[in-house]
Design a protein around this ligand. Structure first.
Ligand code: NDP
Length: 397
């Protein structure tokens, strides 16, 4: 039915490759490309002989991408490299007439800032070219936006309060490791907190606001208010929201390591001179930390990510909690990775499937909540991420 090109051969790329290959009636041809071709080859071997072709590409280089796209002629590119490559890949898509999907919004490498403005600015060009761009189609961002759209469509006349809650109650057995690319992860969690209230953004010190929240099948976990990218699109697409926040759990051990890493300057993205060579401390740190894609084997426990929503239905106030729990060991058995890579890679595959099968197809640049959530929600259940709903419960928030 369609040819798909995956860019990025890390933890998330591994899951996308497995999942895309598991739906051959939709994805008839698969190419996996990344900076290090041997990693693509290793993934292709675990998926099965003859299922995936591989290629080498530096996705910072538009001309290399254009050459690859012209040779492969994919219907869609799934970008699961790093956020730094979003714009170069989008440029190459425009030049070669290819549709685009990613799981994280653009970040300039030299500033710790992530915003949709750079990618939204491409809307008219993609619209004119008749091409679809699906932004932020992992779990959060991704399923968090689809859950919100599903709630707004089926359970509320007006959504007013949204809290996205992300708990990883897993244990990987390492003193310190991040669950996705360490550089991107540390940039995200060390920045100031921010949430939306009464029409404006309120900034907090990093991890200033926290409280224990009760997660299904897990119990109470200390949860920290952080800024997360889907808040930007959700408050724009749901103007009835009076407040929108994002909470993530962190263990004390993780926070202590993080504080030390920051205090000794290893979280810095400013290059320093080391033995005559300029190196970025955070990039060096990434090189010595455990590879998130390799954590799966000894990972126990589970993740629980969902949306807690308060709003109005038939003039009455209602509450609603929709969530998915995913066990690290189940993810490992199926794909050789842990649940954070899994919960990101599965929605990326489903988003591409939504495009290929015509459910999510319109010209321009869109966030996931701008499409019909129903066919996506149906596929989540079929492809390893079942979801659960609770109505009129205490949201704790
Ligand atoms: P990894 O670091 O494990 O993998 C990134 C891959 O991208 C690596 O294979 C790397 O190549 C490749 N890459 C990096 N730079 C380039 C380049 N210039 N050209 C070609 N390939 C390149 O990251 P993860 O798999 O953990 O994360 C992938 C993406 O998923 C990230 O953008 C992350 O932010 C996003 N994410 C989204 C989530 C969500 O829920 N929405 C949750 C978790 C992650 P090499 O092997 O050579 O280093």
């Amino acid at each position: 039915m369609a040819k798909i090109l995956i860019i990025g051969a890390g933890g998330v790329g591994t899951v996308v490759a497995h999942k895309v290959a598991s739906v051959p009636e939709v994805f008839t041809e698969i190419v996996l490309a990344s900076r290090t071709k041997s990693k693509c080859d290793a993934i292709a071997r675990t998926v099965g002989p003859g299922k995936i072709k591989t290629a080498r590409v530096d996705a910072n280089d538009v001309q290399q991408l254009v050459k690859l796209f012209k040779r492969v002629k994919p219907d869609m590119v799934i970008n699961v490299a790093l956020p730094y490559q979003d714009l170069t890949i989008m440029e190459a898509c425009l030049e070669t007439g290819v549709n685009y999907l990613d799981t994280a919004n653009y970040e300039p490498p030299d500033v710790t800032k992530f915003e949709y403005k750079w990618q939204w600015a491409y809307h008219q060009r993609f619209k004119k070219a008749g091409l679809t761009v699906i932004l932020g189609c992992g779990f959060d961002p991704g399923v968090s936006g689809v859950f919100t759209a599903y709630a707004a469509k089926h359970h509320f006349d007006e959504i007013r309060y949204l809290d996205i809650v992300d708990c990883n109650a897993g244990d990987h057995g390492k003193p310190f490791a991040t669950n996705f690319n360490p550089e991107i992860n540390i940039r995200e969690v060390t920045q100031k907190g921010k949430y939306w209230e009464n029409g404006k953004w309120i900034e907090t010190e990093p991890h200033e606001i926290h409280k224990p929240l009760d997660y299904p099948n897990i119990g109470p976990r200390e949860s920290y208010l952080i800024y997360h990218e889907e808040l930007e699109s959700l408050v724009k697409n749901y103007p009835t929201l009076k407040r929108a926040r994002f909470w993530m759990t962190f263990g004390q051990e993780y926070l202590t390591h993080l504080r030390v890493i920051q205090n000794i300057g290893m979280a810095s993205i400013k290059p320093v001179l080391f033995e005559g060579k300029a190196i970025v401390p955070l990039k060096f740190l990434k090189a010595v930390l455990p590879d998130p894609g390799e954590l799966g084997k000894d990972y126990s426990g589970e993740t629980s990510i969902g949306c807690r929503i308060r709003g109005i239905k038939n003039r009455k106030e209602r509450t609603y909690y929709i969530y998915n729990n995913c066990k690290h060991q189940d993810a490992y058995k199926e794909t050789g990775t842990q649940a954070v890579s899994y919960t990101t890679g599965v929605p990326a595959m489903i988003g591409a499937m939504m495009f290929i099968t015509g459910h999510w197809r319109k010209a321009g640049v869109f966030n996931v909540e701008q499409f019909d959530p129903d066919p996506f929600m149906e596929q989540l259940k079929r492809h390893g991420l079942p979801w659960h709903e609770l109505h009129d419960v205490d949201l704790e928030l």
